[in-house]
Ligand binder design. Structure first.
Ligand SMILES: NC(=O)c1ccc[n+]([C@@H]2O[C@H](COP(=O)([O-])OP(=O)(O)OC[C@H]3O[C@@H](n4cnc5c(N)ncnc54)[C@H](O)[C@@H]3O)[C@@H](O)[C@H]2O)c1
Length: 325
């Protein structure tokens, strides 16, 4: 039996694939390479190139690889751009998830771990985000992830008395950074870490978008977690589903520890050895002051721990980015 990782050629998916292999759980990757990279898929791991929107390809993949469960990571993740591309975002994230669920139902595959996001909460006005907070997504991206969670919930109800009742959990990520493998790094053109790395490599001054927020140093505060910790939580979630152990419908993979953009910039200077003073630009629309979450439920059920310091997050991310040339 194997585990299918949709989006396994992307930054987070490729880390999950490695963690599954290390746990002896035989990953298989399905990815259309729209933002992923074939070279992120380790040698020896079966790689099916294609889209989650392709129902027959999914059915064929689930059958031919005798898949026990799916870790559904594939998605369109650019929250800002999703405002200009709502139809594309909904197609990839909502229709894509519907097709994954339909193919699973057709083949009797009944375990699903879903990549959700802090974006389901929108701009919560609390010190620490917990899973039970109202969901008020502020972008088509956040809406599409929330609808994805609803699809899982509704399909679980619909299949409850079938031969293959769906068991599922959604893992809500915050700011995922760093690298556990020097050959895999975040290639997003919009996330803070890759933006700063690109600027430094090209000799430009990294930019802070707004320093007049209601936070101790005026810059946004976010919850940064290492991708290796994220990947490890998926393995435990998959194992619990497979063992028939109880899981919550959703877990925040948060650290309880907010870091400001200014603190990240300081860590960047330390970790890269490049001394710089960031340029201050205007605020970006829709950026909340602070989003930081507890990971208490995940710590209880998924062995969720924050094993890395911010300096290790920066150093590992920088090394992987530099190794790519
Ligand atoms: N990076 C973060 O901080 C973060 C935070 C919250 C949630 N997420 C979610 O985690 C997931 C992975 O994010 P990432 O940072 O690794 O992004 P990524 O862009 O590196 O990975 C996404 C992968 O999915 C693939 N993909 C996209 N659409 C597909 C389709 N229709 N069919 C098959 N494959 C498809 C891409 O080619 C890529 O390999 C996404 O669903 C994202 O929304 C990421």
């Amino acid at each position: 039996m194997s585990w299918l990782v949709t989006g396994g050629a992307g930054y987070i998916g490729a880390h999950i694939v490695r963690a599954l292999s290390d746990a002896g759980m035989s990953p298989v990757v399905l990815d259309d390479l729209s933002s992923g990279h074939a070279e992120f898929v380790p040698e020896g791991v079966p790689f099916v190139r294609g889209s989650i929107l392709d129902h027959s390809l999914l059915v064929e993949t689930l059958r031919s690889h005798r898949v026990a469960g799916v870790i559904h990571v594939a998605g369109y993740k650019y929250a800002g751009v999703s405002v200009q591309r709502p139809l594309h975002t909904y197609e990839q994230n909502v229709e894509g998830t519907r097709v994954v669920l339909a193919a699973m139902a057709e083949t009797g595959v009944s375990h699903l771990v879903f990549s959700s996001s802090a974006a389901v909460y929108g701009t919560p006005d609390v010190e620490l985000v917990t899973e039970d907070l109202p969901k008020r997504p502020a972008s088509p991206y956040g809406e599409s992830k929330l609808i994805g969670e609803w699809l899982l919930r509704d399909q679980a109800v619909a299949t409850a008395s079938s031969d293959a009742p769906l068991r599922h959990t959604s893992l809500r990520y915050f700011n995922v950074v760093g690298s556990s493998d020097p050959s895999v790094y975040d290639t997003s053109p919009h996330n803070l870490f890759p933006l700063v790395f690109e600027a430094l490599i090209e000799g430009r001054t990294p930019k802070i978008f707004g320093d007049d927020y209601d936070t101790p140093d005026g810059t946004n505060v976010r919850d940064y977690v290492h991708v290796g910790d994220i990947a490890a939580a998926h393995v435990v979630a998959a194992q619990r589903l497979q063992a028939g152990e109880p899981v919550e419908p959703a877990y925040n993979l948060g650290s309880r520890n907010g870091l400001s953009v200014r603190q990240i910039m300081d860590a960047m200077a330390r970790g890269t050895g490049i001394d710089f003073e960031p340029e201050i630009g205007p605020r970006r629309p829709g950026d909340p002051d602070r989003i930081v979450a507890t990971g208490d439920l995940a710590a209880r059920d998924l062995d969720w721990q924050n094993r890395y310091t911010v300096d290790e997050m920066v150093r590992s991310g920088w090394e992987a980015r530099r190794a790519a040339g």
